[in-house]
Design a protein around this ligand. Sequence first.
Ligand code: ADP
Ligand code: MG
Length: 593
Amino acid sequence: MSAGSDNMPLAVAALRGKPLLLRHLPYFLGAAIVVALAATVSFDGYILNILMQATTFAIAVFGLSVVLGLCGQINLAQAAFFGFGAYAVGIGTTDFQLSYWLCLAAGCGIALLAGAVLGASTLRLGGHYLAMVTISFQQIVTLVMINAIWLTHGPDGVGRIGRPALFQSSQAYLAFCVAMLALVGYFVWHLPDTRLGRAMRAVRDNELAAGVAGIDVFRTKVYAFALSAVLGGLAGGLFAGGFSYISPDQFSFAESIVFLTMSLLGGGASPIGSAIGTALLILIPEWLRFLKSVPGLYLAIYGLSVILIIRFMPDGIWGFVNAATQRWRAKAKLHAAGPPLQLSPAHVGGDIVLQVTGLAKYFGGLKAVDNVDIAVKRGGVHALIGPNGSGKTTTLNVLSGLYRATAGEVLLDGTDVTTMPPHLRAAAGLGRTFQNIRLFRSMTALENVVIGAERPGNTLIGNGGDAALHQRAMSALAFVGLGARANELISSFSYGHQRLIEIARALAANPTLLLLDEPAAGLNSSEKLELHELLKRIAAQGLTILIIDHDMTLVSEAAQHITVLNFGRRIADGESMAVLRHPDVVSAYLGSE
Ligand code: ADP
Ligand code: MG
């Protein structure tokens, strides 16, 4: 495991320093040309309508790409949010004679608010519940659109909707919508590489690991949901101005399904995928129009092609293209590593980093952890051992906040963390790995480790921005010997290397205390030796480690202090050699006969 940083091209793009807008000049030039084309090429009314629909729909689908593609949360009410924007512009510019801009802003605001409230009240529920709640919400909104006639004009809909003075002609308005699409597309394209976007991807890939890495899972989901809603609202507002007539059937559950299909078809998280899906689902029906003489045939072909694409390209069309080019992108230039990994754990409390008293965790009648005391000394390696099922993992899960303690108290560096959620414990300096590896599987090794480095409270990053984050992550990967493979996806690493990446992710966060749950499990003997050597290098930097392991040689050599559990109870505790000779420990491991 040599540090891989030496042979790494020092190719931090010179462009990195430039302001974002300048760096993406080609994109904006391209967008400007498309907008100019939209404004000047003369389309017939039919084409113009299709373009207007595709442009506004695509913005709503971008919203889905954020909530579903990036964050993995289902939203079956995008047409309702689309409707909020459309009705705000529709009713506002006609019945209330308000300015178009004010109405558009109000529509976005209403959608944002509704999305945030709906998200905040339901996102603690899992997938199926969320799907059901969003469907109900969609149905309620549809009912209101149809029945609150005094406000929405009911099934008759709203006509003669206004446009801004600047974009009175359909052509000018289309150009305006295309410009908005380009702006939103730029934003959605770059979202995955922002702190929020990374958090969303982490939540989608593995909620538990995300929380333990310091991400506020719930808040991230609510943000994704609200963002999706506001894009839906914006799209609806633009749509209303474009067609100058709206009615409730345009914002029904069926339309939500259309948006969803567009997103799935084009492919998840990327705005390019969303644009492809939107364009196809708007164009295919138009292309197949000539088949309308045979009733039903058109729908059959349409449905079949959607099924085929989703069956054979589960990540959508763009996901398919992306996967095909992944190999090539893995060879992309590596980020430069920072200085050799520095671990400078915080030092706030006294000699004891972790003080656990009377800890208990019951699952119904099963006392998985029962009145356990542990005191982990600063700067040492402390092992937690015990036969299978003795409560070691459960103890770690309670310590990191994945389970709520039935009783007891946990002090981390003097702070009472007993009732804190995982992400706050991470912020307080707790890092961990999992017995069954939990990595963010759609991301590269580097991206996984960046999320670790980004832990709130990681003083080694400060507000150094992206460059500092990447450097820190590269240093951590180099430290575990995988620096040269930073850009590869998780799936291309062996099991042993995945463990190392998980450790690198935890180290990059510069924790005060590192919890390792059976890091040697599933490794072959040479990998175990490497792991052992790695642990020594970590401990040599003064990082405090609480390690669970089965491997007695590893434990007896690495740890100065051992706590032994059996049937959830602590049966021995103390200096390593003494504990391993303790008669209760011997009989727990070898049987008492
Ligand atoms: P170890 O890591 O020491 O092998 P665990 O902490 O995983 O043991 O498990 C301790 C006991 O708690 C076992 O009997 C296990 O079946 C039980 N247990 C662990 N997690 C749960 C859970 N989520 N629900 C119910 N029982 C659990
Ligand atoms: Mg275990």
